[in-house]
Design a protein around this ligand. Structure first.
Ligand code: SF4
Length: 241
């Protein structure tokens, strides 16, 4: 059975505190590699790996954990995507992503590594608070394109909407409803394959399908809408359908 999208909370570290962040407050926590191995062993092919956090560019350790487990598992995957706030240019992380790009199967349907730069009202508020300019972020975007041209890049358009329609979720925070929607993904691409499977940094499977809403149903500590169902049972249930 192939997998459409594997979501991985690679790190909970972040240098921003955006008001719209549904991922909650940053923590000094990187992915537990033991959580990833059985998933990679189970799926013969993963179309897309999606790293989320936290800010991936703050943690060389997290990206190396992902690379090393992919390498050890001889995982077969098409691409890996991540979204960054763009404030950090980290050569070590980009080179590690370069290793992942090399491992990906671009012949089948993959695009290798794809990096998207966030650019919206709430990120800009945070940049102002931290004294980071858009010129610096644009500079990082241009520099990455020059030093790592093998990746695909996207620089998001500025989203001026700032009204906050709030929901009481997200590691205990109130967040803006426009950001609650699941990503706009073309699932038809994946046919009858299992579309999405997501784990958080602690290695718990997240119940929500293709979105990363957060509430820890097992512990009540708001670190993820996780399930205690063993992996094999989740997979078996899918096979029954
Ligand atoms: S939205 Fe992104 S950059 Fe902002 S606090 Fe959340 S994880 Fe960090």
């Amino acid at each position: 059975m192939d997998l459409g999208i594997l979501g991985i909370e690679a790190t909970r570290r972040c240098n921003y505190r955006c008001k719209h962040c549904y991922l909650g407050d940053a923590q000094q926590l990187d992915l537990n590699p033991d959580a990833l191995r059985p998933i990679l062993d189970y799926f013969p092919y993963i179309h897309q790996i999606s790293l989320y956090g936290g800010e991936t560019m703050t943690s060389p350790t997290a990206v190396k954990i992902v690379r090393d487990v992919l390498r050890e598992s001889k995982a077969h995957f098409g691409g890996l995507s991540l979204v960054t706030n763009g404030s950090i240019y980290n050569k070590e992380i980009l080179d590690t992503l370069g290793d992942i790009h090399e491992m990906s199967d671009k012949q089948r349907d993959g695009e290798g590594v794809q990096i998207t730069f966030s650019n919206d009202y709430y990120h800009r508020l945070e940049e102002k608070r931290l004294g980071i300019t858009r010129a610096q972020i644009w500079g990082n975007y241009q520099k990455m394109r020059e030093t790592h041209p093998q990746f695909t890049y996207e620089y998001r358009k500025f989203e001026p909407r700032k009204e906050l329609l709030v929901f009481p979720i997200g590691r205990g925070k109130l967040i803006a409803s426009p950001y609650l929607r699941a990503p706009n993904l073309d699932f038809t691409l994946y046919g009858n394959k299992l579309e999405c499977f997501t784990i958080n940094a602690k290695g718990k499977a997240i119940k929500s399908n293709c979105s990363t809403t957060y509430f820890d149903a097992d512990t009540g500590d708001n670190y993820g809408d996780v399930t205690t169902t063993p992996l094999q049972d989740i997979f078996a249930k899918h096979l029954e359908q």
